[in-house]
Design a protein around this ligand. Structure first.
Ligand SMILES: Cc1ncc(COP(=O)(O)O)c(C=O)c1O
Length: 465
């Protein structure tokens, strides 16, 4: 890790205890102290002590263009000077919002009619559920309201998005999930495949289980299923081939909408514009955010097809208005940056760039699989999960209380990189502009951290089950 000569900031130690940090062990934070980031350039990020790190997670799976992109900075400056704020309420609008909606429709994997803007991925998914309910009310189907999600899904943290999420920490003591949310199986063959079961048999079993759930609940009570093509924050879970092809006809048969959560997958991450295209998904509606603006400003979007728009219009005519919208949804800064980001992605042909670097990524990942701590490595394009286990042969996990993954992420940081532990899976999701030598350096640092983790586990003699 190289250090700059002078610290970047003169914050006092006491100032560091004023932010309530999301997704952090609050009980340990005082002792660990936060890492305060000060500057970024390309794939590198610098903390306020001047330490340099390779940003291996694109922030939170979002800064696809890395840091300090001059074109993006200029686009932001231009928009702030011409119109720093306006909204979409009451039929008003802004040019960047229209331009971005047109761009999104142009690159959408399926024909879309309209775009509704939010400030985040969670708001986009909340909106999806409200739209599905409103749509079914418009069609005179007031009972068709339940939503299917999946175990280990991640759809955000607002009340509905957290209910859709299939991770215990998002529910426990938040009194969630809401009623009417059904969690079906997680398509992770390594963890949930039965002994001797092939991937094809696993897919058939999951499809059957979904069908049984729908028949048990009654298809006439289920509005939609929401799914990420590749599950990100649940541990980078890549579905077996044929998974979506197997479940989609079942949903169709029961007239259940398929909501595609592209918040992490979208804009080239998997080697195609959309995760849906990489994994055979044919969605009815789409949620996007994060790389939509390369995270240079907050923005989310919901894309809906014509048949849904018609129903929303007719229901609005009955009620007198469409009563949903966020003050910052479609903020002109976010929309101008979305337009610029997509323009850059198109010029660079970002999906092709991701496809070009994926073989190197996969070669380095395959070598990690030989490490004594690594149970499985999995990836889709430039997004991977490295799952650490106590016993490779039996796939036995470490006791979660040991915090092996979290400790590995600490070692990664000590070696000058940022990666994220999801339980004992180390997630890798670098900016999509990463060059081969930078990617090699990132994986080299992870290898050092894995070795440190192995001796930490051994020293503490914590491996005994
Ligand atoms: C697939 C997915 N959906 C939704 C969200 C929530 O987005 P936000 O944090 O912008 O609310 C996330 C965040 O990581 C995500 O990964």
């Amino acid at each position: 890790m190289s250090a700059r000569e002078t610290p970047l900031s003169n914050l006092q130690a006491r100032d560091l205890d004023s932010v309530l940090h999301p997704y952090s062990p609050l009980h340990k934070l005082r002792e660990m102290g936060p890492t305060i980031m000060g500057q970024g350039k390309g794939v590198f990020i610098y903390d306020t002590q001047g330490n340099e790190y390779i940003e291996g997670m694109a922030g939170l799976w979002c800064t696809g263009l890395g840091f300090g992109n001059e074109e993006m900075i200029e686009a932001a400056d231009r928009q702030m000077r011409s119109l720093p704020y306006y909204h979409q309420f009451g039929g008003k609008g802004t040019e960047p919002a229209i331009e971005l909606a047109e761009k999104l429709k142009e690159i959408s994997p399926v024909p879309m009619s309209h775009v509704f803007y939010t400030s985040s991925g969670s708001e986009a998914n909340d909106t999806q559920i409200k739209l599905a309910w409103y749509y079914n009310n418009a069609l005179g189907r007031p009972k068709k309201k339940k939503i299917i999600s999946r175990i280990k899904a991640y759809h955000g943290v607002t009340l509905m998005a957290a209910s859709l999420t299939g991770l215990p920490a998002n529910h426990m003591d938040f009194d969630l999930p809401f009623d009417g949310i059904l969690h079906t199986d997680c398509p992770h063959h390594y963890r949930f495949g039965e002994s001797g079961e092939s991937e094809a048999e696993f897919v058939a079993r999951l499809a059957k289980s979904l069908e049984e759930m729908i028949e048990r609940e009654g298809g006439e009570t289920i509005a939609a299923m929401i799914a990420e093509p590749v599950m990100g924050a649940g541990g980078v879970i890549v579905p077996p081939s044929g998974y979506f092809a197997a479940i989609q006809p079942i949903l169709k048969e029961h007239d259940i909408l398929l909501i595609d959560d592209e918040v992490i997958n979208g804009f080239g991450r998997t080697g195609q514009w959309w995760g849906a295209q990489s994994h055979g998904m044919k969605p009815d509606t789409i949620s996007a955010a994060k790389q939509l603006t390369s995270a240079y400003a907050p923005l989310g979007a919901v894309m809906i097809p014509g048949f849904m728009m018609e129903a929303l219009e007719s229901q609005s005519a009955k009620i007198g208005t469409f009563g949903h919208g966020y003050t910052y949804g479609g903020h002109p800064l976010g929309c101008a940056l979305g337009v610029k980001a997509i323009e850059i992605y198109q010029r660079m042909d970002i999906p092709a760039k991701v496809r070009a670097i994926t073989p190197l990524f996969e070669k380095r990942l395959a070598a990690l699989a030989d490490h004594p701590l690594v149970g499985e490595v999995r990836n889709s394009g430039l997004m991977a999960g490295v799952e650490l286990v106590a016993d490779k042969a039996t796939k036995r996990s470490f006791d979660p209380k040991m915090g092996v993954g979290a400790q590995c992420a600490v070692f990664v940081q000590e070696h000058g990189a940022v990666l994220r532990a999801i339980g004992d899976t180390i997630a890798i999701c670098p900016p999509m502009i990463i060059e081969p030598d930078e990617l090699e350096a990132l994986i080299d640092r992870l290898v050092l951290a894995l070795d440190d983790t192995e001796s930490w586990v051994g020293k503490a003699d914590l491996r005994a089950a």
